[in-house]
Design a protein around this ligand. Structure first.
Ligand SMILES: NC(=O)c1ccc[n+]([C@@H]2O[C@H](COP(=O)([O-])OP(=O)(O)OC[C@H]3O[C@@H](n4cnc5c(N)ncnc54)[C@H](O)[C@@H]3O)[C@@H](O)[C@H]2O)c1
Ligand SMILES: CC(C)[C@H](C(=O)O)[C@@H](O)C(=O)O
Ligand SMILES: [Mg+2]
Length: 357
């Protein structure tokens, strides 16, 4: 039995809705296994701007530092998406959290549940068995470089930067993960065009001989985007820079069947942050139809990675599998064969998962 302090950071839009379900799963696990989970909440994003003017108040960051793990929802609001001139934005809170907590490694497992083969737009015979683990570098690249305007605002620039150290530490994590899986690592870059990618490839090539048991390939990001659809099963572990990882993993969500299925773990040397890869989904906010499984699977990653609770984590994943096997779907993962009475809303889907815990 363990006592752990978990910070719930729902954020904006459906982040509020799906995180509430993720917390219920953690509560059920604690009761079942005799753990004591204490909780607190913190503001981030649009809700934080509305309350304090700051997308990540100091109080929120302090709470994150003091917690054993963070279950995070999402940030975002349409009023900022459509206002390029907004100086304060919800996403600034997310990026500041990642930087301040040193969350340089963003693990994005692309896990396909066989029951969802029909939810993907990719042919089942190409898809079945796909299982990819992305390592996205999360605190460098164009996100955190110098950015601005010149020529009276008529010219904009964003500087992308990577240090050898930043590339090496994420690459080593990816190599070590590949050793525990199918021993294949694909390093994705754009080394034929950009200098940060040439450093990326140089670093991966340099350390590869230290992992002789891991087969390494290098792919350009454009070719990777094509191959993810053409032959997703060719990939085992993928390591790439911040921006490329952001884009490729949303695409890879279609391997799993929906944006509502993909969890993530953001880790460094301190508190881990666990969140769906999706955003605040303005188009479905407040409708009670958001798929909570990405948040539930993020809670499973939290239990495993931050708490070392492997059995607890595996039970959560098994519960998700059981619910899908029972034919329940949220509308984003339903298909023509899904009976209407098996298409559930956010809370009802969460309730079905809790039955298997
Ligand atoms: N980590 C984050 O906080 C994060 C991630 C991505 C986007 N965002 C923000 O979210 C806002 C909306 O961005 P977007 O529309 O490009 O991306 P999004 O991920 O919010 O939504 C993309 C599409 O996927 C659907 N979707 C997403 N999650 C779902 C779920 N759990 N169940 C069912 N359908 C789901 C949405 O309805 C939408 O059609 C923006 O403000 C963006 O900045 C935040
Ligand atoms: C909201 C945005 C800043 C963020 C990112 O680009 O990392 C999101 O797309 C994500 O994947 O978490
Ligand atoms: Mg993204």
């Amino acid at each position: 039995m363990a006592t752990k302090h978990i910070l719930i950071v729902p954020g904006d839009g459906i982040g509020q809705e799906v995180t509430a379900v993720g917390k219920k799963v953690l509560d059920k696990i604690a009761a079942k296994f005799g753990h004591t989970f204490t909780y607190d909440e913190a503001l981030i994003g649009h809700v934080a701007i509305e309350a304090t003017g700051n997308p990540l108040p100091d109080e929120s960051l302090e709470k994150m530092r003091k917690s054993d793990a963070v279950l995070f929802g999402a940030v975002g609001h349409p009023k900022y998406d459509n206002d390029p001139s907004a100086k304060v934005r919800p996403e600034q809170g997310l990026l500041k959290m990642r930087k301040e907590l040193g969350l340089y490694a963003n693990l994005r497992p692309i896990k396909l549940f066989d029951e969802l083969l029909g939810a993907s737009s990719i042919k089942p015979e190409i898809l079945k068995g796909a299982d990819i683990l992305f390592f996205r570098e999360l605190t460098g690249d164009i996100y955190f470089g110098e950015k601005g305007r010149k020529n009276d605002g008529d010219t904009a620039y964003d500087i992308a930067e990577y240090s050898r150290y930043e590339v090496e530490r994420i690459a080593r994590k990816a190599f070590e993960a590949a050793r525990t899986r199918r021993k294949k690592l694909c390093s994705v870059d754009k080394a034929n065009v950009i200098e940060t990618s040439r450093l990326w490839r140089e670093v991966v090539q340099k350390i590869a001989p230290e992992y002789p048991d891991v087969e390494v390939e290098h792919q350009f990001v454009d070719a990777t985007a094509m191959l993810l659809i053409k032959d997703p099963r060719r990939f085992d572990v993928v390591v790439t820079a911040n921006l490329f990882g952001d884009i490729l993993t949303d695409e890879a969500s279609q391997i799993a069947g929906s944006m509502g299925m993909l969890a993530s773990a953001s880790v460094g040397d301190g508190t881990g942050v666990y969140e769906p890869i999706h955003g605040s989904a303005h188009d479905i906010t407040g409708k009670g139809v958001a798929n909570p499984l990405a948040s539930i699977l993020s809670a499973a990653l939290l239990l495993d990675i931050s708490f070392g609770m492997k059995a607890e984590s595996e039970l959560v994943i098994s519960a998700v599998d059981q619910v899908l096997k029972a034919g329940f779907r949220t509308r984003d993962i339903a298909d023509q064969q899904t009976p209407a009475d098996k298409i559930l809303g956010t809370d009802a889907m969460g309730a079905e998962v809790l039955k298997f815990l």
